[in-house]
Ligand binder design. Structure first.
Ligand SMILES: [Zn+2]
Length: 76
């Protein structure tokens, strides 16, 4: 018996409408609020989705946090 399965299980990121926040690691204002949802799809059709969660992710250094990073004063 030949079993053929074309499927994928990948996280889906959607950026929430929010103003960027300064990153605590690389100090660039590129941290955005994302909605993360894992999605199981077969033949490119979504079959099942997990409960979504919300993360703050930096586009530059990939810093990830579950809460909004605090605004930090940069002292030189
Ligand atoms: Zn960063």
């Amino acid at each position: 018996m030949f079993f053929f399965f074309v499927g994928s299980y990948a996280p889906k990121l959607s950026r929430m409408i929010s103003s960027p926040v300064r990153c605590p690691t690389c100090f660039s204002p590129t941290v955005y609020h994302y909605k993360v949802q894992h999605q199981l799809s077969m033949f490119f059709i979504p079959i099942w989705r997990t409960k979504s969660k919300y993360l703050w992710i930096c586009d530059r250094c990939n810093w990830t946090g579950s809460s909004r990073p605090e605004e930090q004063e940069i002292t030189t």
